[in-house]
Ligand binder design. Structure first.
Ligand code: CAA
Length: 260
């Protein structure tokens, strides 16, 4: 079905593996287009409750945008390439379900940027993160100058982007770029378990909480708090809220119909 992705769904959890083995899963235009189509398919499939994005093979999550494709691009093509990736990564970020990047090796340039468009990053102990772009005479163009600063702060983002230093999984964890570090062998299990913990909660509440966090990052505090109050009120109109609170009062586990 896809030339550059592997896609499977088990028990409501989808796994997209970027699969360009000859280039350590570098992202060319076709791969990004396929990723966009696959994310749209995930969004349209109500049986998919959580999404993991990883890289095929043992060595790399995604080693960045495809340099061999970009080398002959001019300004207009460079801009449209970035806009394509922005659209796709933003559609990933806007999914109402939980998304986790299972970072199983190199997450460089566009790879680090793809991981940052997921809700959570779990790194295997061989993961390497970095933004090498200025060393190629370009800048991070798939959201790196924006999402990295929002995620780890301006000072650390500038350090990583301007030095192009590569950091390992432990350092990524220390600075908040990775949420968790695990072994290569356990990576997908750890991600799946984390998604299952999310699926025990109200799916509407999860989607609304996610949206409030995302939207709030771009608002001043007063407007963010107002948006949160509105969304809080909206939750009170749901069966989910009745089930969650009734279950607490009845001293039983709430059943929202997600994973057991
Ligand atoms: N684009 C195209 N091809 C790539 C690639 C990339 N980003 N990364 C790796 N490859 C290719 C290599 O050219 C090589 O191909 P050949 O076998 O045909 O020579 C193959 O993958 C294996 O790579 P290496 O032999 O280099 O493997 P290594 O283990 O020695 O090194 C690495 C691994 C450190 C990841 C190294 O490949 C590397 O530095 N890759 C480039 C990383 C990079 O600069 N990424 C940023 C790209 S720009 C970007 O992403 C812009 C943006 O913001 C979107």
């Amino acid at each position: 079905m896809y030339n550059h992705l592997l896609y499977e769904v088990n028990d409501g959890i989808a796994v997209i593996s970027i699969n360009n083995p000859k280039s350590l899963n570098a992202l060319n235009t076709e791969t990004i287009e396929e990723l966009g189509a696959c994310i749209n398919a995930v969004a349209a499939d109500s049986s998919v409750k959580g999404l993991i994005i990883t890289g095929a093979g043992p060595k790399s999550f995604v080693a960045g945008a495809d340099i061999s494709e970009m080398v002959n691009s001019g300004a207009e093509k460079g801009r449209s390439f970035a806009m394509l990736a922005d659209k796709v990564f933003s559609s990933l970020e806007a999914l109402p379900i939980v998304t986790i990047a299972a970072v199983n090796g190199y997450a460089l340039g566009g790879g680090c940027e793809l991981a940052m468009a997921c809700d959570i990053r779990v790194a295997s102990d061989n993961a390497i993160f970095g933004q090498p772009e200025v060393g190629l005479g370009i800048i991070p163009g798939f959201g790196g100058t924006q999402r990295l600063a929002r995620l780890i702060g301006k000072g650390r983002a500038k350090e990583l982007i301007l030095t192009t230093d590569r950091i390992n999984a432990e350092e990524a964890y220390r600075i908040g770029l990775a949420n968790k570090v695990t072994t290569k062998e356990e990576l997908l299990t750890v991600c799946t378990d984390m998604i299952r913990r999310v699926l025990k909660n109200g799916p509407f509440a999860v989607a609304v909480a996610k949206r409030c966090i995302e939207s709030g990052m771009d608002m001043d505090l007063q407007n963010g708090l107002q948006m949160e109050a509105d969304a809080f009120g909206l939750c009170f109109a749901t069966d989910e809220k009745m089930e969650g609170m009734t279950a607490f009062l009845e001293k039983r586990k709430a059943n929202f119909g997600g994973a057991k």
